[in-house]
Design a protein around this ligand. Sequence first.
Ligand SMILES: NC(=O)c1ccc[n+]([C@@H]2O[C@H](COP(=O)([O-])OP(=O)(O)OC[C@H]3O[C@@H](n4cnc5c(N)ncnc54)[C@H](OP(=O)(O)O)[C@@H]3O)[C@@H](O)[C@H]2O)c1
Length: 329
Amino acid sequence: MDILNPSAVIGTNAWGGKLYGMAIRGNYVPDDRIREAMAVAADRDISIYDLARDYGFGKAQKMIGEFGTEDILLSAKYTPFTHYKEGCVRRSLMKDLDDFKRDHVDVYWLHLPTDIEDHLLEIIELYKEGKIKQIGVSNFNLDECKRAKEVMDAHGIALYGVQNHYSILCRDWEQSGLLDWCHENGILFWGWAVLEEGLLVDPRLRKRSLLKFAFNRKVRKLTDLYRVMIKVAKRHEIKVPQVAIAYCVSKGVVPMVGCRKPEQVEDLAQAAGVKLTDNEIRRIEEAAGRSKVRILGADIFRPFVLKEKKESRWKNRGSRAEQSSKTVQ
Ligand SMILES: NC(=O)c1ccc[n+]([C@@H]2O[C@H](COP(=O)([O-])OP(=O)(O)OC[C@H]3O[C@@H](n4cnc5c(N)ncnc54)[C@H](OP(=O)(O)O)[C@@H]3O)[C@@H](O)[C@H]2O)c1
């Protein structure tokens, strides 16, 4: 398990609350099963967990801290719902570390492109203190990623990765050139919701839930895509959702999947090693295109991104950057 070369990442946003599990996912998974799932991840060497303060209505981070974080890699985030205020990232990270019972996180993401430079400068300070091992950005477009890289480069720190929505049905970042830019610059691209929250699983096996109800119209339009996925799955002796995971891997995207059960972790580990052929990829993309199913991908969090402030620490970066590189080792 190497944070610089992850084969897959386990998402935790559905860990925790009974009500959340029942209402949104259609099933509640008790803590013991999640612990079993973590044991499978350790066996399969994919113990990288993606977290954020609000996952599982705030329960996911506390849960993983209780389960034990010594032998796993942790990905956490700062979500700037408001403009930058000095110390905001530090305060949030310290609460995270408290939850994790750890003195560092392995990757830390700026979750939204609000006040990019100011937030990144504070993240860089925390990196220099050893509290953060790698820095990434999430839900950024190509221009915003380039700005982030510029800030990081100015401090001699490599931008680790971009964490954006990516799936068979959501390829906006590929079309905008962001994915190629990441590959060209040695920056990892972690794709979130590669199963489209359960839309890209076998429709015959899907459980009753609010999400399933919301998906119904889309499911009907996706019959042709499911047929292609079932054929590809048979050829590789894998399952339908594993085709969605293998598709991402074949595109050079690190697949992040919301797993709460041992068998899901097993599926993820296995699919992360499957490479689809160019012909299979083409047939999947053609079927996805014909479905005309539109997923809010690139822009889903745009309403939460705040307009740039006129005054920012970055505007005075000469003095601030010099100051920070002199004072922090
Ligand atoms: N950076 C960001 O802004 C951002 C945003 C959203 C998500 N994320 C991250 O990305 C992760 C993944 O997204 P997600 O959890 O929303 O959605 P997802 O991974 O696309 O889908 C999760 C759904 O797929 C089902 N599933 C998982 N493995 C399966 C398998 N092997 N076979 C059949 N069904 C399977 C789960 O079923 P069950 O319900 O039965 O468990 C659940 O309903 C999150 O957990 C989070 O860490 C990041």
